[in-house]
Design a binder for this molecule. Structure first.
Ligand code: FAD
Length: 123
């Protein structure tokens, strides 16, 4: 974990970022100094021990390919489709909320035939 933190800090301490970014500062806590790729193991570990929490993204209750067919329709139910995070068949690499928004947008374009004039027409 400490290796990953150092690796993530490396790019911001080179090139155009180096003169702009001091380091990673734990939110609203003056006890900890800004972390850099040169921080010690303890300097990296202490803020994480103080702030670590578990967050879960609930997904997949109505997963595509199981309850839903490949066009988001609930199998065996006429006129019912699902576009929220329950449609995810498994963990996704993209932001869950953006993927939910894209699913919502597809409700318009697929189900009603609506064609937005521009890419950001629905935003
Ligand atoms: C702590 C946390 C941090 C997150 N951070 C990010 C992030 O940084 N980026 C990101 O992309 N995603 C993030 N997510 C995930 C993202 O918020 C969810 O994946 C997304 O909101 C799911 O959308 P949804 O429409 O499926 O469900 P929700 O957004 O949960 O919407 C469900 C809605 O249904 C309502 N509801 C429930 N029961 C009823 C009922 N009986 N009658 C009427 N209404 C009801 C609820 O009040 C709610 O408004 C985070 C989630 C959590 C919990």
């Amino acid at each position: 974990m400490r290796g990953a933190v150092r690796e993530n800090l490396q790019p911001v301490q080179t090139g155009p970022f180096a003169s702009e970014i001091q380091g990673e500062v734990p939110l609203s806590d003056q006890r900890f100094s800004a972390l850099t790729a040169k921080s010690t193991d303890d300097e990296i570990g202490a803020p994480r021990r103080a702030f670590t929490a578990t967050v879960g993204h609930s997904i997949g209750n109505w997963a595509l390919g199981t309850v839903l067919d490949d066009e988001f329709r609930v199998k065996g139910v006429q006129g019912l489709s699902v576009r929220d995070a329950s449609m995810f068949p498994g963990p996704i690499a993209a932001m869950p909320s953006c993927t939910v928004y894209a699913g919502g947008r597809s409700t318009l374009t697929w189900d009603t035939g609506y064609q937005p004039a521009a890419a950001n027409d629905l935003i």
